[in-house]
Design a protein around this ligand. Structure first.
Ligand code: SAH
Length: 396
């Protein structure tokens, strides 16, 4: 058994059950890639059993804080069972759902999504990689499913010194899948799509968007960074007169068009633009075009806090433009999925965008990720997605 000994004082975050051990916190010791090591404080006190990652700044991730726990196949079977059980407590109106959300489910480096009859897994740490076959067996046994596709092509793999891998781990066949979310259908491709194929984390926001559209009767809707048209379909389902969708990915826009058809909506109620959002917003502003509702769901501008300043300017810019082309009484659904931007900072950025645009707005809702992407008290980094629903004040 290998041991890593921490520097004096570096045990504090582990005593609060935070699972990451950074390279600078380690005084001595190590292990092979993915090997389970015993983590001890400077004074020799047991802190946890962790998976070692020789190449990563996050040098080890804790599997368990319980000294009596053995890290073996039974451990993974147990953790997966707990994660599946937790999903029964959450309100998830879809057959597309996240079954395992990494650290929040006590399984650092592992993400598993279910799309109808197919599982998609992402192994992004040396520890998860080492236990891959055990994890795959447990997932198939506990879900009763036979199709499992691997999407280990996230950039974080590189930081772990792991190669990018994709492909079937169990069964094979078509990678195009249709899920039923709320009252609508959404098609996706687990091999070609972003992340594991779809942005499941925005499920509740899409539902809310449909409800606002129904209640307020939006006629002209603008869906920025639409991806495959999740919010577009939600808006149409809510009765929107016309939805313009903008995304700079051609395949995403093509699929958005297909998703509109899949739900039986008239293509004449939509405009699909393969374009840059920033440039489009500027153009609308120049033309004096206004919208009753706008969704702004950009990609991660700040993956970590080191990118926060430049990202803050980018967020401010698009929010300023969106607020200026929003009709009085109109509604803006605005998001940041950057781990490096806190909810508080995001609020401040949007506030200063409003000041620059000369617009005030009521904060109608604060949004987060859907509940199957849970946050835990011990792992605040789990909060990455935050959103505000703003209602533009009439006359100001
Ligand atoms: N709201 C979507 C998810 C958006 S993900 C949903 O509910 O599914 C962010 C999207 O922004 C991606 O599809 C990406 O292709 C797109 N994107 C990134 N940069 C862009 C830009 N400059 N202009 C337009 N789209 C962009």
């Amino acid at each position: 058994m290998k041991i890593i000994r921490l520097r004096d004082g570096k045990e504090r975050s582990l005593l609060r059950r935070h699972p990451w051990i950074f390279d600078g916190a380690i005084a001595k010791g190590g292990g092979d890639a993915g090997e389970t090591v015993r983590v001890e404080s400077h004074a020799g006190q047991f802190l946890g059993w962790a998976a070692f990652s020789p190449a990563s700044k996050i040098r080890a991730r804790v599997w368990s804080f319980d000294e009596a726990q053995r890290i073996d196949a039974a451990f993974f079977t147990g953790r997966i069972a707990q994660a599946l059980k937790a999903r029964e407590l959450f309100d998830i109106q879809s057959d597309g759902r996240r079954l395992i959300h990494g650290e929040s489910d006590g399984l650092p480096g592992l993400v598993v999504d279910r799309y109808a009859d197919t599982l998609v897994a992402q192994f992004s740490s040396c520890g998860a990689e080492k236990w891959k076959s055990v994890i795959v067996d447990a997932l198939l046994a506990q879900t009763g499913l036979s199709r499992l596709y691997e999407r280990s092509d996230a950039s974080s793999r590189v930081l772990e010194g792991l190669p990018e891998v994709t492909g079937w781990l169990a069964s094979s066949g078509k990678t195009g899948i249709t899920i039923t979310e709320h009252d609508w259908k959404l098609s996706l491709d687990i091999a070609e799509g972003h992340k594991t194929g779809f942005y499941l984390d925005q499920r509740d926001s899409r539902h809310k968007f449909a409800a606002y559209t129904r209640r307020l009767g939006f006629q002209n809707v603008l869906n920025c960074y639409s991806y495959t048209g999740g919010f577009t379909v939600a808006g149409l389902a809510g009765g929107a007169g016309h939805v313009t969708s903008i995304d700079s990915s051609g395949p995403a826009i093509e699929r958005a068009r297909a998703n509109v058809a899949l739900n039986g909506f008239d293509a004449g109620r939509t405009t699909m633009l393969d374009a840059d959002v920033n440039a489009s917003l500027r153009q609308y502003q120049k033309e004096g075009r206004m919208f009753d509702a706008i969704v702004l769901d950009p990609p991660k501008f700040a993956p970590t806090v080191t990118h926060a300043e430049r990202a803050a300017r980018a967020y401010k810019d698009i929010n300023r433009l969106a607020l200026s082309i929003l009709a009085p009484g109109g509604v803006l659904f605005t998001y940041s999925c950057s781990g490096g931007i806190s909810a508080d900072l995001f609020h401040k950025i949007v506030a200063s965008a409003g000041i620059d645009a000369g617009v005030d707005a009521f904060i109608s809702e604060r949004m987060g990720g859907a509940p199957d992407h849970p946050m835990t008290v011990a792992f605040p980094e789990g909060e990455y997605l935050k959103g505000l629903v703003l209602v533009k004040r009439v006359g100001g």
